[in-house]
Write a protein that binds this ligand. Structure first.
Ligand code: PMP
Length: 436
């Protein structure tokens, strides 16, 4: 391997050269020099099982994606002001995966840009400014998106909720009020949201957009209860609010049962935003919408994005779809996800601090608590489990406002042997961190 500088000198140089609020994973950071499939290889040649990286959707450095990139970057890379096949070929293929009506596309270079464009569209269509969000959401790194991301504006360094942002409570099934019947949880959260929307209407503060991740991720891998999204979309539309689905993390077949997570909720958003896995690591984002919304957005101001829609990115993205089809990766996500979900649920019998296990396809969350009765968040143990897993060669992460939810979203080429290795290591880390 080409290993380069040692870790200590890199760390010192990084501290000197890069902004101090960049974070590193793990107290003892890793220096990764190569990726292959589900594996990340460090400078010492040790291979780690990557159970966290949802960007390397079809596996790290998939040869088909690499070949497409290599071919296109050696031929041409320009912007969308020239005609090119790649952007149109890709748009046609993507359109075929989406519900009818979502047939018009804007290309960007990141998920943040996609969400910014989506919010601009909603504002153009409605002539209003406000945004309705779900508590603890994260939608991107620009000021405009920090302002609609409770995960940022409410936490350390944030400046609080702007007056134009309106929050709906995070609809957690696990933490729903104890007196709500299980089969009414979705409807109860919808009723709360309807009251909030009615209040906004009454005060003349109807927002332009409702934006939500179909599975709130930084909020702690929270799966929206049955009927929730349908109810919220209906209420929002009655008030004339544009519905945006942020599928930056959960799109592209990750949930197994559908290409787009919103499809499992029986809704068709007005706008869908995509990013992260779209180019398997090549930076790209995308907005899909209806023709009438795009027409309102095209109000005389040109849309131009220097890198968005360039032929290299579009070839990478098309290669991702090729691999997904050729290797049956959506089906794989459904199969492996169901296997993992069942195995992790079975482990609840071994450990009183596993409060909840939830997942769809290869998008899973394991919530660690102090005990099942109190459901008190136990971020210390969740962090210790993930730290021990890393020592044992498996990479995972924690998330949620209290960092107590172990988050798993491996590359989609995750096979049975990888699931079994993950389960073995998780079980050992669990056993070795008891008492925290
Ligand atoms: N939306 C969601 C749900 C995300 O998770 C992220 C990135 N973590 C973004 C948007 C922003 O994407 P990017 O970092 O590519 O700008």
């Amino acid at each position: 391997e080409k290993t380069g500088r040692d870790k200590a000198s890199l760390l010192a140089a990084r501290k000197a050269l890069l902004g101090p609020n960049l974070s590193l994973s793990y107290r003892e950071p890793l220096k990764i020099v190569r990726g292959e499939g589900v594996w990340l290889i460090d400078a010492g040649g040790r291979a780690y099982l990557d159970c966290y990286n949802n960007v390397a959707h079809v596996g790290h450095c998939h040869p088909h994606v690499v070949a497409a990139l290599r071919d296109q970057i050696g031929t041409l890379n320009t912007n969308t002001r020239y005609l090119h096949d790649a952007i149109i070929d890709y748009a046609e293929r993507l359109k075929a995966t989406l519900p009818e009506g979502l047939d018009t596309f804007y290309f960007t270079s990141s998920g943040s840009e996609a969400n910014e464009v989506a919010l601009r569209m909603a504002r153009a269509v409605t002539g209003r400014k406000g945004t309705l969000v779900i508590d603890w959401a994260y939608h991107g790194t620009t000021q405009g998106l920090i302002d609609v991301s409770a995960y940022k504006y409410k936490r350390k360094g944030g400046q609080g909720k702007p007056a134009t942002t309106h929050e709906l409570p995070l609809p957690e099934v696990y933490r729903a009020p104890a007196d709500w019947p299980a089969d009414e949880i979705g409807a109860r959260y919808v009723a709360e949201a309807e009251d909030i929307i009615a209040g906004l209407v009454a005060r003349g503060e109807v927002p332009a957009a409702f934006i939500a991740e179909t599975i709130p991720s930084v909020a702690g891998q929270v799966f929206l209860p049955e009927g929730y999204l349908k109810g919220i979309h209906a209420a929002a539309r009655r008030a004339g609010i544009v519905c945006i689905a942020d599928e930056v993390q959960v799109g592209f077949g990750r949930v197994g049962g559908a290409m787009w997570a919103f499809e499992e909720h029986g809704v068709v958003p007005d706008i869908v935003t995509m990013g992260k896995p779209i180019g398997a690591g090549h930076p790209m984002g995308l907005v899909a919408t209806r023709r009438d919304i795009a027409a309102a957005f095209a109000n005389g101001m040109e849309y131009f994005n220097t890198f968005g829609g360039n032929p290299v990115s579009c070839r990478a993205a098309a290669a991702v779809l090729d691999v997904m089809e050729a290797e049956g990766l959506q089906e794989n996500a459904a199969r492996e996800g169901a296997y993992l979900l069942e195995a992790f649920r079975a482990m609840m019998a071994e450990d009183e601090q596993i409060g909840d296990v939830r997942g769809r396809g290869l998008f899973l969350g394991i919530e660690i608590v102090r005990d099942r009765a109190s459901k008190a968040h136990n971020g210390a143990r969740a962090g210790a489990i993930v730290g021990r897993m890393r020592e044992l060669g498996v990479l995972a992460g924690t998330d949620g406002p209290f960092d107590n939810v172990i988050k798993l979203r491996p590359p989609m080429v995750f096979a049975r042997e990888h699931s079994d290795l993950l389960l073995t290591v998780f079980r050992q880390a669990l056993a070795e961190t008891r008492g925290l």
